[in-house]
Design a binder for this molecule. Structure first.
Ligand SMILES: [Zn+2]
Length: 469
């Protein structure tokens, strides 16, 4: 007898859509049956002809625990993710206090987050550099990287631009050193790519201008983070992959010029991968002017022409993953009434409509097949982050993760109803079609029809590349 059978679904994989029933036992896929096969199970869910994905992985999310729980914690962030159809997320090491940069902090962090995640999770470890605006002061974590790798982190993250004392910027010396250290372990190193010098110089100059209107300040902010900052940092980081042979991942690519650099590197045979986010695929700088503080993120949203062209790089496989870059804030940190663009928090409340937004863009607006969703939001992230073997495909023995999506279900983002801790979202009022009706992890329903299952708080498990092998 199976624990769960999901019948009458259309299974979606990167290369096809087909009808089959799915049986889960002891938390893993135990059989794929011809549609309509009578199978005894403790629980049967009728997918009613809807699309069924083998999970959705958000490879880039900031749940802010420990240290910034006033913005988000693992319970609030992961319940919103569950409702969004995510079965697994990969949490960032920054916007944490302390940032995840050694084994001691890993133990501290796990002690907190393991108690209340609704969905499965993996972790990014931090690479922190020795630049802290204090000449002669050296603080980096190069000697902790191997220990952190042994804790099972799925990837490492470094920041190439100014990012505060809790997560010091990496210079190219740090990048090179980290890649040299981690290469023997085949570990992935991802970078937020905006070049330090340009961002610092351009922000300083722009902030010094007097008498700027709110709209002019937004123009200044966008210009301070223009494509050249992202382009130069990306090229530098890729050069370090070329120098060391270490695996590099370019986080949240926002612009086709940057994507082309990644594409060239891949064609050259370098170990380079990259991701983008829904906000770069569906929104432009006009949206930042319209929404103000709630739409502030870095890199910022680009022009309409850039946005349209970025799709080409998703379709040709250059930008192989799509992550939400959910980086939430307390409401007052995103308040247009009290915060201009310079003083607002830079990050979006983006996780709860992650899959609905992508589904609507891919299937309804672009007229593409949902197979693209299975590719960039599940299969590729599982492969890139080493979780394939447990996650990423309908294969016997993989985790029994099942996301049922009704393509006709209409949705609307109402910020006051968000399950995240903060409620201000630039996506407030956004509407679309196609939403998850069931999010199932290892055979258990963790969310259904827009509500999460309170029984699932603490159910989410830590997933590591070593476990997935
Ligand atoms: Zn991020």
């Amino acid at each position: 007898m199976y624990d769960l059978v999901v019948k009458n679904g259309k299974l979606v994989t990167p290369d096809r859509i087909y009808e089959a029933d799915i049986a889960v036992k002891d938390g893993v896929y135990s059989a794929f049956l011809a549609k309509g096969t009578v199978a005894e199970a403790k629980e049967v869910i009728d997918a009613k002809g809807n699309y069924v994905f083998p999970g959705i992985i958000d490879c880039h999310a900031h749940l802010n625990e420990p240290g910034f729980e006033h913005r988000e914690d693992f319970e609030t962030g992961s319940r919103a993710a569950a409702v969004a159809g995510c079965t697994c997320l990969i949490d960032m090491p920054l916007n944490n206090d302390p940032s995840l940069m050694n084994k001691e902090i890993f133990d501290l962090k796990m002690g907190r987050i393991s108690k209340h995640s609704v969905i499965d999770y993996a972790l990014w470890g931090g690479i922190v550099g020795d630049y802290d605006n204090q000449p002669g002061s050296v603080k980096n974590n190069m000697n902790d990287l191997v220990d952190l790798h042994n804790c099972g982190v799925a990837a490492f993250k470094g920041f190439t631009c100014p990012n505060g004392d809790l997560f010091p910027t990496v210079n190219m010396g740090n990048v090179r050193k980290a890649l040299e250290i981690l290469k023997p372990y085949n570990a992935l190193c991802g970078f937020h790519c905006e070049e330090f010098g340009q961002v610092l110089e351009r922000e300083k100059e722009a902030k010094a201008r007097e008498g700027r209107s709110d709209e002019e300040k937004i123009r200044d902010f966008l210009d301070s983070h223009d494509v050249w900052t992202e382009y130069v940092a990306t090229k530098n980081v890729i050069d370090m992959a070329r120098a060391t042979g270490g695996r590099v991942h370019i986080c949240h690519v926002s612009h086709p010029m940057v994507a082309q650099v990644v594409k060239d590197a891949i064609h050259e045979g370098l170990p380079v991968t990259a991701e983008t986010c829904p906000h770069y695929l569906g929104f432009t700088e006009d949206f930042v002017f319209e929404k103000g503080a709630p739409a502030k993120c870095t890199p910022p949203m680009r022009t309409k022409e850039d946005m349209e062209k970025l799709w080409d790089y998703v379709l040709d496989g250059t930008l192989s993953c799509v992550g939400s870059d959910h980086s939430p804030a307390a409401d007052e940190e995103k308040d247009n009434a009290t915060k201009d663009i310079w003083h607002a928090w830079g990050g979006l409340n983006a996780i709860q409509f992650f899959l609905p937004m992508m589904f609507d863009m891919v299937v309804n607006k672009k007229g593409l097949s949902p197979t693209l969703i299975a590719e960039v939001m599940d299969y590729n992230p599982a492969k890139v982050f080493g979780l394939y073997g447990k996650k990423g495909a309908f294969e016997l023995g993989f985790d029994g993760d099942i996301v049922i999506v009704d393509p006709d279900k209409e949705w609307k983002c109402r910020q006051e109803e968000l399950l995240t801790k903060g409620h201000v979202s630039c996506f407030d009022g956004l509407e679309g079609k196609g939403a998850p009706v069931y999010t199932i992890i290892r055979g258990k329903v963790v969310a259904a029809d827009g509500s999460y299952n309170e029984d699932a708080v603490g159910y989410g498990m830590y997933v590591t590349p070593a476990d997935a092998r």
